[in-house]
Write a protein that binds this ligand. Structure first.
Ligand code: SF4
Ligand code: SF4
Length: 68
């Protein structure tokens, strides 16, 4: 099991993490952060396999994966 944590204020909505997630755990939120970007949010937490691809791909270090 793993928990994905999005640091929404760091996210720039580039979508790279979405493109590599094999389980479609993430999507772009409809609420903007303080910089005006629409950050990623976790929508299928139970599907996460903890592969860490999203965190490795993020250029802004906006994703943390906690293995539980
Ligand atoms: S750790 Fe893997 S399965 Fe989980 S959200 Fe990231 S890319 Fe998707
Ligand atoms: S890769 Fe990082 S900056 Fe890009 S959408 Fe995902 S969390 Fe946001």
């Amino acid at each position: 099991m793993a928990q994905v944590v999005i640091l929404g204020e760091y996210c720039k909505s580039c979508g790279l993490c979405l493109s590599v997630c094999p389980k479609q755990v993430l999507q772009i939120s409809d609420k903007s952060n303080q910089k005006g970007y629409y950050p990623v949010e976790v929508v299928r937490a139970e599907q996460c396999i903890g592969c860490t691809l999203c965190g490795l791909m993020c250029p802004d270090l906006a994703i943390e994966i906690i293995r539980t």
